[in-house]
Design a protein around this ligand. Sequence first.
Ligand code: MG
Length: 386
Amino acid sequence: MTKRIAILGSTGSIGTNALRVIEALGADYKVAALTAHNNVELLAEQVKKFKPKVAAVTNPKKLDAFKKLLGETETEIHSGNEGLEAAASDRDVDIVIAAVVGAAGLEAILAAAKAGKILAIANKEPLVIAGALLTKIAKETGAKILPVDSEHSAVFQAMQAGDAKEVNRIILTASGGPFRGATKEQIKNATIEQTLAHPTWNMGKKITVDSATMMNKALEIIEAKWLFDMPVEKIEVLVHPESIIHSMVEFVDGSVIAQMSGPDMCLPIQYALTFPHRVKGITKHLRLEEIGSLTFEKPDMEVFKALKMGYEVARTGGTAAAVFNAANEAAVKEFLEGKIKFVNIVEIIEYCLNKHKVKTDATLNDLLSADDWARNEVKEWLNRVR
Ligand code: MG
């Protein structure tokens, strides 16, 4: 049976890789909807090539330019956040790949869950901010949530070796980023260039900064908690600089199942699309003899304080993770614009968390207001130090 796929965020790094994967998978996989925010040039090219039923430009200011680039078409064109929702919940869509950076795609993803779609979640926000809501809706509608984040895909794949009740620990691996082994003093004034020099993965700027602060891993702890319905006590982080083992699951009998492959997002994307099956894909196969050795070390939670905060936020629940995520997003933006120092990113997040009054049993509105609140607090922080 043909699987019809919507990609929310088709011009980003995940989106373009997803299209390569779909193309290689052949006729059983069809692109049904594509959305982008700003890059209408690439979106127009993609629409011409894949001829989806629906296309959406979420930035309404870019709509005219997009239509002009596209010319005559049979694709339905939408815009704004409604466009994202239209793409995610169209009745001719089976699988939604969520790869929209930031909190923007949240409503659309919840709409897709309400519509009972298979959700292949690549960006962290749906689970980090709205994990409680999303998993609740999915339970009610039968929507399946499949991880695309490489660590969670690895855990999900390893989980197939046993029963969820038999899991003793989830071990999330982390590359350690460009500042692995550094002291607080050494990274305090790290430049943008140093921060963006990731040793193993080639990703977008925001996530690369998150990898340098280890905020990425902190967010992944929260993500894992919701995806696998695990208490945080059972989730560990292990630094593994080669990025070959993408994560592991330890079962109660002491067996550890690890998922290995080269650092290529095409594999987790493909697994989410073909699950529960595996097919030949475009990912280069692993030759362990070429790698030689795999190494591991405990993360330094004093230098990478974000990790420690991640555990606390995961335990707290409610609106805490929305603040954690939004403060980070806003702070990283300031850092990339050269307005704050590297060390300020985590300081700002901590400042926001300390100031926030957590609301439990949060609705989507509560979560979005917490997100807004945190972004304003980041501005406040900046005004204060200027
Ligand atoms: Mg990851």
